[in-house]
Design a protein. Structure first.
Length: 218
């Protein structure tokens, strides 16, 4: 079973499901030619594909176009269903930095045929998380910078305030569709600037006051 760690602590928490939000930054939706959504677009990743800071991301041989997506990740600390905004806020116990790696060529082909694009998102090493900082140790303002560089070249650079749906709104919405449980992770979407990575590339990702990631594509 996969676990997540907390900053400056030996404590670990078993990971449940990984729920991801697509198109949660208007500029990212537009750069991919998608409509800005009226409600969160939800998909899942299995916890078995999860890796961590300094682990290698394996580029599958069956794809020619893997993209990087840096995201704020929420850690859920309580079982909730049909949560109010207040209950959703209380259920969030930590924040981390995540990479939602995407096989864009497969995704585009599946979407063109009207097929589910699960296999473009669910491949080994396709989800990365940093250590988590407990919410009680940080006051998230929404103004925090979120950025990603490839080999030292800045690719994504935005602010959490550019989210269409706030973290609390995302948790509330998901809880209305499925029960959330302690240990679940929620990837909250990526800003614009996504692009292709190659084998040998080094990804550096950071969210201000929350954490960092460094991973190599192999």
């Amino acid at each position: 079973m996969k676990t997540v760690k907390f900053s400056n602590s030996d404590e670990k928490l078993n990971v449940g499901k990984i729920v991801c939000v697509g198109r949660n930054y208007a500029a990212h939706a537009e750069e991919l030619g998608n409509e800005v959504p009226e409600f969160p677009i939800i998909f899942l990743k299995p916890p078995s594909i999860l890796i961590y800071d300094n682990d290698n991301i394996v580029h599958p041989d069956y794809s020619d176009e893997m993209h990087h997506e840096v995201e704020l990740v929420l850690l859920i600390g309580a079982k909730i269903k049909n949560a109010s905004l207040e209950e959703a806020e209380r259920a969030i116990i930590g924040y981390g930095v995540g990479l939602d790696m995407t096989l864009r060529d497969l995704q585009s082909e599946f979407k063109k045929k009207g097929h589910p694009w699960t296999l473009a998102k669910c491949f080994d090493t396709g989800a990365v998380v940093s250590e988590f900082i407990l919410k009680k140790k940080i006051s998230l303002t929404g103004n925090e910078n979120i950025k990603l560089s490839i080999n030292g070249s800045l690719r994504q650079n935005s602010s959490l305030k550019m989210m269409i749906f706030s973290p609390t709104e995302v948790v509330k919405y998901i809880s209305e569709r499925m029960t959330l449980e302690k240990g679940d992770l929620i990837f909250t979407g990526t800003p614009s600037g996504v692009g292709k990575v190659e084998r040998g590339d080094i990804i550096d990702a950071e969210i201000e006051n929350i954490g960092t990631l460094k991973n190599k594509i192999v």
